[in-house]
Each structure stands twice: as structure tokens, then as C-alpha cells.
Design a protein around this ligand. Sequence first.
Ligand code: GLP
Length: 240
Amino acid sequence: MAEIVIVPDRAAAGALVADEIAALIARKRDAVLGLATGSTPLPVYEALRSRLAGVDVSQVRGFALDEYVGLDPAHPESYRSVIHREVVDPLGLDPARIRVPDGTLDGIEHHGEIYEAAILEAGGVDLQILGIGTDGHIGFNEPGSSFGSRTRVKTLTQQTREDNARFFDSIDDVPMHCITQGLGTILEARHLVLLAFGEGKAEAVAGALEGPLTASLPGSAIQLHPHVTVVIDEQAASRL
Ligand code: GLP
């Protein structure tokens, strides 16, 4: 059973998870962080700024969950750009130690296995931050993703493209494909920390925590993991 913490607001969630990450780095200087994008983890990265000020983070490693396929890596909404803007630069991490799946088309069929090998070589992820999509996806593992899946290219659902259109000029600019760590990859992280805020996530959260294990709701895979912390506000907890 996951440990569920209901917090008053996003800032409280950010503070709680940032404390956990700072404690991890204090006991393991070369901690391997699993980084998520989307709006949900931003309060964590925000709170980490003060907690990591003056801390030696030169050895910290990080692996992002996912990336759009075919989007210029320099595009401001590529997850490479987002991770650098929100995490690497403000926290002073070593850019060479932070990886994002390679979504460039050249050699795309090999990028998944190269990424898996890099995670393995780093010794695996210590703490994986997760958001959840309104359709229950984690990373970009859309409904129908196998629980054993590894890093690979997927097609984004219409729902996810609509949800993410707010980051682009129009929905037509949202890529059709992504490369994402698989559910099997994510489940190998030693500690999963899932965050969710707002009424819009309530159904996905209830399905992930209390629904049947099903590929139709990929977030339900976290029930298979022995160490999960769920940090949500009252609205996101309202269907539990
Ligand atoms: C995005 C990301 C996910 C994220 C989810 C929720 O598409 N690929 O990693 O958890 O959708 O986004 P948000 O946190 O903005 O609601």
C-alpha cells in the first residue's frame, strides 16, 4: 500500500518532496533522480532551490521520463529545454550528468535501448518523481501500455495532445509521438513519488491507487511497487 499524504496546496507538496530529495542527496552525493515534466513537479523544483543552496550537487545524476519525438531539442517546450530551464540551471546541476531521452528522428529506433543502458550504468534511479495525466498516463505511457514496457516510442493520445496544447501555439504544433521510459523501467526506480493536484486528476488518482491493475490506466502499475509515496491535494484526493 502506498503512503498517501494529503497536503493543503502545491507549495506544501513541493516542500515535502524537496525535503525528501535533499535528505537523499545528503546521504548519497551521487543520487540518481528521476525527473518529470509537466506543471505538477514545478513546486518541487522551486522548493529545491533553497534546500540545495550551498549543497554540493556536482555528482547528482538525473534521468527525465520522456521527450517529444521530432521536436527540435532547442524548442522551448522540448522536455530537454524544460528540464534545463526548471531543474538543471536553477539548481546548478551538472548538465553532463542529466539526461533526457533523445527524441531526434535520426536513429530513433535505438534511442530507447541507449537510454535504458545509461540508467543501468548509473546504478538505477533512487527517487522517481511522477505526475499523472488525466487519462492515467505516467511518463507518456498512454492507456494500453504494457506493465513490462521499456523506453520506446509511443503515439500520444488525442486527450494528451489537447492537455498539452496549452504549452504550444496550437494543438497542431503538439507532436504526435513521444519517447518515454516504459512502465517496467519506471517500476525499477527504488522510490516512486507521485504528485497530483486538482479535481481534474481525481479520477486518475483513484484509478491508480484503488482501481484494478490495468493497462487502461497505466498509473495503476504503481500498485506493484513496494515503496510509493503519493502527495496530493484534497481535490485530487476527492474520489479516494
Ligand atoms: C505530461 C507528461 C507527464 C505528466 C503529465 C501531467 O504529458 N509527459 O510526465 O505527468 O503529462 O501533466 P501536468 O503535470 O502538467 O498535469
